[in-house]
Write a protein that binds this ligand. Structure first.
Ligand code: ZN
Length: 146
């Protein structure tokens, strides 16, 4: 069987941790690692903590969180060029971990720091998957007017 890879831009090295992360993502579980020494959480998972420890354990992260910061990407890598401009955001999830992902389902008018989002994953093809943020409540009814 082919290994599952992250869609669009493969920014993650294909380690065992990433393979498990992507497999769990397929089952709509968001799995990260937590350092047993200092408690720092990594999402997507990492085998080495910034404190120098390699003693990490799995945890399941919340699917809900709030936007901490975002940026509008106007000149993306080639694989994403047909989606530009798009928004990439960092959200703090309810369990305290942080995740960077594309934010979809928003307009520049509705976009704001602190907006509640949920993490959604969807397969792009048999062997590719993406995860993204979506607003929890549709904060505007103007989507069809464009
Ligand atoms: Zn640590």
């Amino acid at each position: 069987m082919k290994k599952l890879a992250l869609g669009y831009v493969s920014c993650l090295p294909q380690t065992q941790l990433v393979t498990k992360f992507l497999e769990e993502l397929k089952n709509e579980r968001l799995m990260g690692t937590r350092c047993r020494k200092c408690g720092t959480k990594y999402l997507p998972p990492r085998a080495h903590c910034k404190c120098g420890s390699e003693d990490v354990e799995w945890f399941e992260a919340s699917h809900r969180g709030k936007i901490l910061t975002y940026t509008l990407i106007g000149f993306p890598p080639k694989s994403m060029s047909k989606h530009a401009p798009y928004v990439v955001a960092i959200a703090e999830l309810e369990d305290g971990s942080r995740l960077l992902a594309q934010l979809t389902g928003v307009t520049l008018k509705t976009l704001r720091v602190g907006m509640p989002v949920q993490v959604a994953s969807r397969p792009l093809s048999k062997d590719k998957i993406v995860y993204e943020f979506k607003p929890i409540e549709p904060s505007c009814g103007c989507a069809k007017r464009s």
